[in-house]
Design a protein around this ligand. Structure first.
Ligand code: SF4
Length: 376
């Protein structure tokens, strides 16, 4: 029954062409096995309580690049503050960014707000239940549209993320580079060709297998895998070699000197430019380069900042996709608050509740709060 339904949705040219995935035969047979395994083993997660598209969408965006355990408290807090599209469409941006603080990739939540606004203005406040319309919403790539479409609307579309690319590559023993768009396209088409009626559950079963069993970095738990009898990489002993990924270009290293300015129980935060890296977020003032303490003092004097004490604070590193920041911090006690055009002086309560400070500054931020509290 399942196979008949599957073959109905396979375009004839896909059935004939095996493209760059010559070993795709096992895929049809994994469907019932994975669905059965998923029914018995899926984790109880708050976004799986129902298939409301808003809840599914929020979880899918949060789960991109962030582990499930980390996401759960963020998810609960987000839904409490922004329980629906209407609230999300209207929440002030500063509050929204604060809610997202710690998850990184702030453009994602900005796009979520734009999408919520578009859904309000163009679709009467209801998610459109068509793949192409979902895909046209801000921040909806193939994956997000596939995940929301299949889980919330049962649309017959795949949802191919890194987990799924890895799982399928191993099952069919794909040795092509999964970072190539053409490979991803082939894998998507191969999944599309076997999608069953329970499409949302099947897509989630692939993701779940990748998260629980078919783990990355050569560490899968093949002996307990529900599809091991069909997995070509397991049979051929090539699991450790798959997936193949092109090496990423080296990251640019950028040294920075960060100043934690303290005055009367407050610290200075500066708003970043509205474009580029960490756009519009709040940061501790910093300059490029690694200044020695004598150079840091000279720099502060040159800027007209009158201080009573400068002391070495701490160092920290933050890795972005293309840059690595190596930061050296100085704690600077001022005689009086210094005026900075794009800055605000924030006390501990404002630091904790109002201003979104990106994870890049997390260790400075946490220690700064402790220092301000101990000086109270
Ligand atoms: S047998 Fe191993 S490599 Fe193959 S799908 Fe299962 S966990 Fe992944």
């Amino acid at each position: 029954m399942e196979m008949e339904e599957m073959s109905m949705c396979v375009p004839s040219n896909e059935k004939e062409s095996k493209g760059i995935l010559p070993n795709r035969e096992p895929l049809g047979s994994i469907v019932p096995l994975l669905l059965e395994w998923y029914d018995q083993n899926k984790r109880k997660l708050p976004w799986r309580e129902n298939t409301d598209p808003y809840r599914v969408w929020v979880s899918e965006i949060m789960l991109q690049q962030t582990r499930v355990d980390t996401v759960i408290p963020y998810y609960m807090r987000f839904l409490q503050e922004c329980p629906d599209l209407l609230t999300l469409a209207h929440i002030p941006e500063e509050q929204l960014l604060k809610l997202w603080e710690g998850l990184g990739y702030y453009n994602r939540v900005r796009n979520m707000q734009k999408a919520a606004q578009k859904i309000q203005s163009e679709y009467g406040g209801q998610f459109p239940g068509e793949f192409e319309l979902l895909r046209s919403l801000p921040g909806f790539g193939e994956y997000t549209a596939g995940a929301v479409g299949s889980i919330a609307f049962q649309l017959r579309v795949p949802a191919v993320d890194g987990n799924v690319l890895r799982v399928i590559s191993r099952i069919v023993e794909n040795k092509e580079d999964i970072t190539k768009p053409v490979v991803k396209k082939e894998i998507s088409a191969a999944i599309q060709a076997v999608l069953p009626e329970r499409v949302g559950d099947f897509n989630q079963s692939l993701m779940e297998l990748g998260a629980m069993i078919c783990l990355p970095n050569g560490d899968p738990c093949c002996t307990v895998c529900p599809v091991k009898a069909l997995c070509r990489a397991y049979a051929e002993g090539s699991v450790q070699d798959i997936p193949v990924k092109a090496a990423k270009p080296d990251r640019r290293i950028e040294e920075r000197t960060v100043f934690i300015l303290i005055s009367q129980g407050k610290t200075l935060l500066r708003k970043r430019k509205s474009q580029g890296l960490l756009a519009g977020l709040w940061e501790f003032p910093s300059v490029e380069g690694k200044l020695k303490i004598s150079e840091a003092r000279a720099f502060l004097q040159q800027e007209g900042i009158s201080f009573t004490k400068v002391q070495t604070f701490k160092s920290a590193k933050h890795i972005f996709s293309h840059i690595e920041w190596r930061m050296s911090g100085y704690l600077v006690y001022l005689k009086e608050e210094w005026k900075e055009a794009d800055g605000v002086w924030a006390d501990t309560s404002q630091l904790e509740k109002e201003y979104a400070v990106p994870s890049a500054f997390k260790s400075f931020y946490q220690d700064c709060i402790q220092i301000l509290k101990s000086n109270q």
